[in-house]
Design a protein around this ligand. Structure first.
Ligand SMILES: O=C(O)c1cc(=O)[nH]c(=O)n1[C@@H]1O[C@H](COP(=O)(O)O)[C@@H](O)[C@H]1O
Length: 272
């Protein structure tokens, strides 16, 4: 099944546009897991099981694993998601971007080693740096367009031929780069005006929209600006606000994560 088919299915079956981000910071994971040799995997597995019925995607961020030499635990959580939730797209957040021969290796890393449905990439090095990923006909790439961070403005807002650079990226991906029909773009929830501009350029292409929760993006403005006519079109990511939700009385970390995930899904659904 292609990435896009899977995503369409998950939007429908889970009635959710929420992407649960897996950014496992060992300093923040619960005390009881910390001593274990596979603590990162166990933490992520508990979060995945607690939130799967509220999620249209899971997005592990590779740096949290690689910085500790814990890629084996990233492999474990990716294969766990594939095995137990085969209908939920697995987004590998790696923000790759390199020349073609190296990109071929990054594509193998994302799609063979981690078996991800889709990987995040930077457009900065141009078409031939993205093309190797598109050789994988059923897998996708999500290209950084208007990122959620303030510093994204340094380059993405530069005027080129009368339009900000991020709009050129949106047009390029929608009109030229999407040769396998599996591409998407990243636009931050912290930039709802730009989200609407991008949606107007790209039609129904899916968007990964990080920035709600810990980064303070406005859910109502995000959904209204980025949704398609069908009321879908987005994987709205929240990581820290779910992973490290403060437990209320009687809750453990999984119950707290589940509560926040359900609340976030429901708030998103209110504006679809
Ligand atoms: O590509 C991404 O996922 C991404 C793009 C972007 O523009 N902004 C952004 O925050 N992200 C990622 O989305 C996640 C946001 O995490 P929280 O701020 O904790 O919800 C992190 O894994 C970031 O690396």
């Amino acid at each position: 099944m292609t990435f896009i088919d899977k995503l369409n299915g998950a939007w429908k079956s889970r009635n959710s546009l929420l992407c649960v981000g897996l950014d496992p910071d060992v300093k923040k994971i619960p005390e009881e897991l910390r001593g274990k040799s596979d603590a990162i995997f166990e933490f992520c597995r508990a979060i995945v099981d607690a939130t799967a019925d509220a999620a249209c995607a899971f997005k592990p961020q590779i740096a949290y694993f690689a910085a500790l030499g814990a890629e084996d635990q990233l492999e474990q959580i990716c294969s766990y998601i594939r095995r137990h939730y085969p209908d939920i797209p697995l987004v590998l957040d790696a923000k790759r971007g390199d020349i073609g021969a190296t990109a071929e290796q990054y594509a193998r890393e994302a799609f063979e080693r981690y078996n991800a449905d889709v990987v995040t990439v930077s457009p900065y090095m141009g078409w031939d740096s993205v093309a190797p990923y598109l050789e994988w006909k059923d897998r996708g790439v999500i290209v950084l367009c208007r990122t959620s961070n303030a510093g994204g403005s340094d380059l993405q807002f530069l005027e080129v031929e009368g339009k900000p650079l991020y709009q050129h990226v949106a047009r390029l991906v929608a009109e030229k780069w999407n040769t396998n029909g599996q591409c998407g773009l990243v636009v931050g929830a912290t930039f709802p005006h730009e989200l609407a501009q991008v949606r107007a350029i790209i039609g129904d292409m899916p968007l990964l929209v990080p920035g709600v929760g810990a980064q303070g993006g406005d859910v109502e403005a995000t959904v209204k600006s980025g949704k398609t006519a069908a009321g879908t079109g987005m994987m709205i990511n929240s990581s820290r606000a779910i992973l490290y939700a403060k437990p209320e009385t009687g809750e453990d970390f999984t119950a707290a994560a589940r509560r926040v995930a359900l609340e976030t899904r429901d708030t998103i659904n209110k504006y679809r």
